[in-house]
Unconditional design. Structure first.
Length: 72
């Protein structure tokens, strides 16, 4: 597992993982903020396969950078 990933259990309240099948296969799931959407602005239009498959880590570089740059 690359150090650039964030564990889902480490996400703050109000944030979760989102990914369609392609994101899951490519280890590129997104961070989803409740009521807002993904942090990289990728539309969350498909079934959330990241939750269905119980993925444990987020892999989208843009989401990770945005998440890490947000103030607490």
């Amino acid at each position: 597992m690359s150090s650039k990933h964030i564990a889902v259990i480490d996400l703050k309240e109000g944030y979760t993982i989102y990914g369609n099948k392609g994101n899951c296969w490519n280890n590129n799931a997104h961070i989803y903020k409740s009521g807002v959407g993904t942090l990289c602005a990728t539309p969350a239009l498909a079934t959330n396969w990241a939750v269905e498959w119980a993925l444990t880590h987020v892999g989208c570089d843009k989401c990770i950078n945005e998440y890490n740059n947000r103030k607490p």
